[in-house]
Structure formats: C-alpha cells, structure tokens
Design a protein around this ligand. Structure first.
Ligand code: ZN
Ligand code: ZN
Length: 345
C-alpha cells in the first residue's frame, strides 16, 4: 500500500518500435498517473488500459494521440488488465468515441454490476462485514464511504470479448499471450510477448509500489494465495522489459517478484507476532490492521478512512492465508470474528 506522490506527469515514450507509453493523470490520487500502452496493429491500434472517466484524463489521451498524429478513432482494440477505476473507468466513453472492441477477463466481468451498478447494496454488505471484523461503530461510516467518489469516475462498459488466459493477441510485430494473474484483482491479466521479451504487467507487478492485495466482502477466493502463485508464474518468464500500470518501465522481473514475495512473508510473520501476544483472547481483523506498520512516517491515526479500509482488507487477506494454511484459528462469537494462534497441545 506504500504509495508515492508524483505530481509531474511522466513523458510519453516509444519504448520499442510500435509500442508507446502514454501516461494519463489521476487527479487527487497519490498514484499520480496511470500508464496506458498503445501498440501498432495491422488494422489500427490496440490500447492497453485507459485511465478513469474524467475530462482531464481524456484530454491527456487526446493530446498524446494528436502529438503522435494518430486519430483516436484508429484505436480499434481496447484490452483492460482489470476493472479498477484507474484502468477501466474511461473504457465506456472511449468505446463510444472509437467503437473499439473491448476485452478483459471473464471474472472481472462478474463484478461490474455489483461494484459499479448497485453501490448501495455493496455498501451495506461492506458495512456489516467491516463490523464483524471489529471496526468500531464510530469509524464504520468513515471506512465504508472512503471510496464512493471514485465510483463516479467509471462509465460502465461490458466486454465484447471475455478472456480466460492462454489466448494470443497478435498485434503488428507483437504476439501477446494472455496470462491470468489473480490476486490484486480476481480477473487480473498480464500480456506477455515471448519474442520481444516484454511483459505488460498492469498492477500485478509494479516497480516501487507494493500492489494492494485485499480480502473483500465479495471475494471469491483466497486472494493472497492467488497473488503469490501469480507472482511465481510471472517471475519465471523470460521478460527483459516490464511495462507496469504505474511508475517507470523496468528490468529485473525475477528480482522484483522475489522482493514482493518476501514483503508478504514479512507481513505474515508480523501478524503471527501480534497474535502471539494475545494467545488466549485473539484479535479481530481491525485490531490486527491497526497494530501493523503501514508506513515509515505515518501512524494508524494519520491514515484516512479509505486507507484504513485498505489496511483492514489487506490485513484480512494475510490472516486468511494463515488460516487456510492451518496456522491460525478463526472463531465467530457474539457477532465478531477473531483470530488466534492454535493453543499448544
Ligand atoms: Zn488496480
Ligand atoms: Zn492501478
């Protein structure tokens, strides 16, 4: 969850012949920008990810295309790595403008209506779920409404084609294999071109930021177990250049995936130490999150409602992995879930 502020938009660049990085601004976000990638195809262009639906984001994209002397209407294909607002929000508007066909993973398709179409119902489920995970009553609304403004930056679009992973998307001199990399999002995909040794990694692997992996109220699986498996998967690829969703393109994919795996192992150890201190009573998810270290400079009191919610969902993703491995007990009593280490025999 560590994020860096980047007020200056990075520059547009042609990274390999026929593939451009087009950074788009994310107003009010500590991420600063999202990278979209434009790839020359035989019948026009493919755009991978598209920013969210605000006027300044669209204007920035139009500015990049004008500077490259490519009409926006020449974008024929749009692939979205996952449906978080900063990667998918503009897809609906862009499709109206360009008529490009839209592709993303089948599992992301499942979440569109529940996340962006019926926010009221999701909010009330989330409220109850934060409560049974120990969030104090006075804080519930603050945590729960933290992300509501962002939902307005999404114009819903359904895919023309759903992907499963394994497909090949040929595009000019590139042939991208679709890799299903669940974890940061259930249906997250990366695109890998083995011949050019280039990986478009979305939010799965980022150069400086640790991608957030959270357990959500409607999570279908054990996201951290999925994430660690997906990291091992891409860590084995022979990729020389990684093009991430945020931050600078980078080299050294195996080292970066190893760092991320080590980071999560450290988190799992941190939680076990916290639970060791409460052998009998155990702790709920909120209390564990509030005692974990989230930032070098900022304490729990400094975190916003949205950041606290992210922290709680991330802590729960780690605790649930420990639970799935049999290293932590989970108990439900009097309307609250608590976790504790197994008592010694
Ligand atoms: Zn994301
Ligand atoms: Zn992102």
């Amino acid at each position: 969850m560590t994020q860096t502020r980047n007020d200056v938009l990075p520059e547009r660049a042609e990274l390999l012949p026929g593939i451009w990085r087009l950074p788009l601004p994310l107003r009010d976000s500590p991420l600063g920008h999202v990278n979209t990638y434009l790839v020359r195809a035989d019948d026009g262009y493919l755009l991978v990810d598209c920013g969210w639906d605000t006027a300044d984001t669209l204007q920035a994209l139009e500015g990049h295309m004008r500077a490259l002397d490519i009409p926006l209407g020449d974008v024929r294909h749009l692939v979205v790595t996952h449906i978080h607002p900063d990667h998918y929000g503009l897809a609906g508007r862009l499709r109206e403008i360009t008529r490009a066909d839209l592709s993303f993973h089948r599992l992301e398709r499942l979440y569109i209506e529940s996340r962006y179409g019926n926010a009221e119902e999701l909010l009330s489920e989330m409220h109850e779920w934060l409560r049974i995970n120990g969030t104090p009553g006075a804080e519930l609304d603050r945590l729960n409404f933290g992300s509501m403004g962002i939902i307005e930056r999404v114009k819903i679009a359904f895919p023309d084609r759903t992907l499963d992973g394994g497909e090949e998307i040929t595009c000019g001199r590139f042939a991208f294999r679709v890799l299903w990399t669940p974890g940061h999002s259930t249906g997250h995909i990366c695109l890998f071109d083995a011949r050019n040794k280039v990986l478009l990694s979305g939010d799965h692997v980022l150069p400086h930021i640790t991608p957030s992996v959270g357990l959500h109220v409607r999570a279908a699986s054990n996201p951290l177990a999925d994430y660690l498996d997906s990291l091992r998967l891409v860590g084995r690829l022979e990729a020389e250049l990684v093009l991430p969703g945020h931050g600078e393109p980078f080299h050294g994919l195996p080292e970066r995936t190893a760092e991320l795996i080590a980071h999560h192992q450290g988190r799992l150890d941190e939680i076990k130490i916290l639970l060791e201190r409460e052998p009998a009573r155990g702790l709920n998810g909120y209390t564990i999150a509030s005692r974990m270290k989230w930032s070098r400079r900022r304490t729990w009191d400094d975190l916003s409602g949205f950041e606290r919610r992210l922290a709680v969902t991330e802590a729960l993703a780690h605790i649930e992995l420990l639970h799935a491995r049999g290293e932590v007990h989970k108990e439900y009593a009097e309307g609250e879930i608590t976790y504790r280490l197994p008592l010694p025999e």
